[in-house]
Design a protein around this ligand. Structure first.
Ligand code: PMP
Length: 393
């Protein structure tokens, strides 16, 4: 058939080469990606079902088992960001009409409840103020009252800067015949988490925070107890792409000898995720946890010495990866973040969800968790407070 005249010409904007600026990525994510990990992502593309690819996927699985501290055989990386893993967990565990309980102390519990509603689950929430967390008694009582099949909790609440304690909650869930789902997108590698020892049934994370890989892959793992539910459903999960029966086969987690084509995995992103996990394994989890804690404490001390206030009052539940600073009175927070971006080439961000307008958020994750980065942020903040407009309230 003959070609027709084009009604849309080649866009002029695409004739210019795009060069990404170098920035200090000190917001809540994505974080900076070190050259070693960027370079891994620039390796030649091979087939997503070639033997070398299966080997890389097996390495990724081992790396996630280490990062999560789990022996679960159903451990893999979802092709997508943290939200994809969140949906993968909820879509595969919950069936329409089943009870779901979300702990809401920031935006992530709200989003989990939203997703569960979309699949027709019976959704309840327990809510506490932004910056706070729940006691095990709160959770025990809510589980007794609502009798859900799944309970959601965020380990590192990046919208409020809270690191939620996890000890004992797994046992409480299991006592109530409920599975325990935890979001560690913002905390994995930055604070201790022991999936098996803490009785977590489904745990997921992301690639672009402490792992310093590009966004686009999301580690997830299912306990034996979770698998019992996921692989014995009456209905198919609403998402084909996130169906764990398919994904477990694609990732060689289902004990079958042949793998069937499901979707084309993001090959380059798998290379970089593998490299990010390799760095974590090389440096060691305990060292990495400790470094994040020490750097965060150094940062928090510096902020308080400047007269700034931390949003999370209780020291013991401050998230080491993402710090929330009370938005300084009299200033427009947007002016502060833009000033710092413009003059220091450094990203920090405002609040999110319930903390919008109330805080500034600074993320120091993976390679950015260093005293040198802290000094840079403190200098930028000091400068911003001097130069940004201050109203006399
Ligand atoms: N959960 C938490 C705690 C997060 O911090 C984020 C990312 N900010 C997500 C989930 C969602 O991840 P993504 O943006 O990669 O979809």
């Amino acid at each position: 058939s003959a070609m027709l005249p084009l009604s849309v010409p080649p866009p002029e904007c695409l004739q210019k080469r795009f060069v990404a600026p170098q920035r200090h990525m000190f917001g809540p994510g994505p974080s900076n990606v070190p050259l070693r990990i960027l370079a891994a992502g620039a390796e030649p593309i091979i087939g997503h079902m070639h033997p070398e690819m299966f080997e890389i996927m097996s390495d990724i699985k081992s790396g996630i088992q280490y990062a999560f501290q789990t022996q679960n055989k159903v451990t893999l990386a979802v092709s997508g960001t943290g939200h994809a893993a969140m949906e993968c967990a909820l879509f595969n565990v919950l069936e329409p009409g089943e009870g779901f309980l979300a702990a809401v102390n920031g935006i992530w519990g709200e989003r989990a409840a939203d997703i569960a509603e979309r699949i027709g689950a019976r959704v309840n929430t327990i809510v506490t103020s932004a910056g706070g967390c729940f006691t095990n008694e709160d959770i025990d009582q809510a589980l007794a009252k609502h009798k859900p099949v799944l309970f959601f909790l965020t380990h590192g609440e990046s919208s409020t800067g809270v690191l939620h304690p996890l000890d004992g909650i797994g046992e409480i869930c299991h006592k109530h015949n409920c599975l325990f789902l935890v979001d560690c997108v913002a905390s994995m590698g930055g604070a201790p988490i022991y999936m098996d020892k803490q009785g977590i049934d489904i745990l997921y994370s992301g690639s672009q925070k402490v792992l310093n890989a590009p966004p686009g892959t999301a580690p997830i793992s299912f306990s034996e107890r979770a698998c019992q539910k996921v692989f014995n459903r009456k209905t198919k999960p609403v998402s084909f792409l996130l169906d764990m029966s398919w994904l477990a086969n694609y990732w060689g987690c289902d004990g079958k000898l042949t793998r069937i084509y499901h979707h084309t995995g993001p090959v380059s992103n798998f290379y970089s995720l593998r490299e990010g996990l390799a760095v974590l394994a090389e440096q060691g989890l305990e060292n990495t946890w400790q470094r994040h804690r020490e750097v965060a404490e150094y940062f928090h001390e510096g902020l308080e010495n400047m007269g700034l206030k931390l949003f999370v009052k209780d020291k013991n539940i401050r998230l080491p990866t993402v710090t929330t600073i009370v938005a300084p009175a009299g200033y427009n927070w947007k002016e502060i973040t833009s000033y710092i971006m413009k003059t220091h080439n450094l990203e920090i961000s405002g609040g999110l969800g319930p903390s919008v307008g109330q805080v500034l958020r600074v993320g120091l994750m993976g390679c950015n968790s260093s005293k040198a980065s802290v000094d840079m942020v403190l200098k930028a903040l000091r400068d911003a407070l001097k130069h940004c407009h201050k109203s006399k309230v």
